[in-house]
Design a protein around this ligand. Structure first.
Ligand code: FE2
Length: 435
């Protein structure tokens, strides 16, 4: 057993070294949290998290050691009294010498909006509690990328827990497992208190890509554990999908899958944008991992290829905001397009400052570009409160010696309100109809 562990660590370290691309100094990271072994009965649901799965449904995901444990979820609006039951599916995977537990995915619903439900996984064990998002404005999102599982991660999660939010948005880099599969399990346990109560909607970052040439597909662990509503949104890949909540259409793109005009992702994006009805969802948000507007020296230019392929389409579609991670710092732009401030462009936010073990990215390019409004290398999280069809309040909360301090804030008015959507209607139609 010990020998196998040693071999796994050695292989993983070798692979990890080959994927390190950063050449900047990231001071004062906090150590990875120490997770005590806490043996549980084999049927016991672990790593419970929920995600939106269509307008009135929620996907419940959990892991059991017991392979015979059923993928059922009992639920209802009163504690201990379950009026409904749903049957789901399960999967598992092997990775070198690691074998995952049984990973259950069960969709429950239809659910009422803005309602607390009590639920139990696998027919026994503890009761969990979730709250569904509202059907209408206002709706609030907690946003943070590049979480990892360090002392800083814990600090960020504590701050998010204090915020009144409906849905958590995570633009990539979750566990920093980096080929060490047991870290996916510890990350699942770390986030369970939050992720079992409010939906976590995630997209993939580079740290989800655990590729071993000829042996392993890059996103096997991520796809098995963090199944998102890609089928529900007409996508053929868990690496990009969309969903709607209250009056907001949210598109989760993949920075690490093909994005050129001939790609499946691009075709799906056009099809998805053609379905957006701004009278029903006045706000349009897009998330992906690698930022397009980034004046930090870290990862400079890495998003250029995707930006060249997709920015004109997102501009024609009048995307209100783009939220990205990857760079371990915070930055907010003006409305921008094609490198220049533009009243019909998106506000770009980089928020890869969740608290992972690699630390912060301090080096900035000077002078600060005209499009860049605010930039700072600190850990923290964002909150986006969409108040109504025309106004939203964005704030960034720095982890200041473990206290959440609101350090940047701005009111954002929607592009529907500005007239950009109606102005570009024909331009968008022409792009979407092009072969
Ligand atoms: Fe990243």
């Amino acid at each position: 057993m010990e020998l196998m562990k040693l071999i796994t660590v050695t292989v993983s370290l070798f692979i990890s070294v080959t994927v390190i691309t950063a050449d900047y100094v990231r001071p004062q990271p906090r150590k990875t949290l120490h997770f005590q072994l806490n043996p549980k009965p084999s049927f016991y649901p672990q790593q419970v998290h929920i995600s939106l799965a269509g307008d009135e449904s929620m996907r419940v995901t959990w892991v059991t050691d017991d392979d015979s444990s059923p993928s059922v979820v009992e639920y209802g609006t009163l504690p201990g009294r379950y009026s409904s039951v749903a049957q789901g599916e399960s999967t598992s995977y092997n990775y070198l010498f690691y074998s995952s537990g049984k990973i259950h995915h069960t969709v429950i619903g239809p659910l009422e909006h803005d309602t607390v439900y009590f639920y139990r996984c696998g027919g026994q064990g503890p009761e969990f509690q979730l709250k569904t998002p509202p059907a209408q404005f206002p709706v609030t999102f907690a946003v943070v990328g590049d979480l990892g599982q360090t002392g800083w991660t814990k600090s960020t999660l504590n701050h998010i827990d204090q915020c009144k939010y409906d849905v958590h948005l995570l633009p990539g880099d979750l566990s920093y497992a980096d080929y060490m599969q047991h870290r996916w399990d510890t990350f699942g346990e770390l986030v369970q208190p939050l992720a079992s109560a409010k939906p976590w909607m995630v997209t993939e970052g580079n740290h989800e890509q655990e590729n071993i040439p000829l042996l392993k597909d890059g996103f096997e662990s991520y796809n098995a554990r963090w199944k998102m509503p890609f089928e529900e949104s007409g996508s053929s890949s868990n690496l990009y999908y969309s969903f709607e909540v209250a009056g907001v259409h949210i598109i989760m793109l993949g920075s690490y899958t093909d994005y050129d005009e001939q790609s499946d992702q691009f075709s799906w994006l056009k099809a998805d944008l053609s379905k957006v009805d701004r009278t029903k969802t006045p706000w349009l948000l897009v998330l992906f991992h690698v930022p397009w507007y980034n004046s930090n020296k870290a990862h400079k230019g890495e998003g250029d290829g995707m930006m060249a392929a997709m920015e004109s389409l997102l501009y024609a579609a009048s995307v209100d905001m783009v939220l990205a991670g990857h760079v371990h710092a915070y930055e907010r732009s003006k409305r921008v397009n094609n490198g220049r401030p533009d009243p019909c462009g998106a506000v770009h936010i980089t928020i890869g400052d969740g608290g992972n073990r690699e630390g912060l990215a301090h080096g900035y390019i000077n002078p600060q570009p005209e499009w860049s409004v605010f930039r700072e290398a600190s850990f923290g999280h964002g909150e986006l409160k969409i108040v109504n069809s025309t106004h939203a309040f964005w704030s960034w909360h720095r982890n200041d010696d473990d206290e959440p301090v609101r350090s940047d804030q701005v009111w954002i008015t929607s592009l529907v309100n500005s007239g950009c959507v109606s102005e570009k209607k024909n331009e968008l139609r022409d792009i979407l109809m092009a072969p």
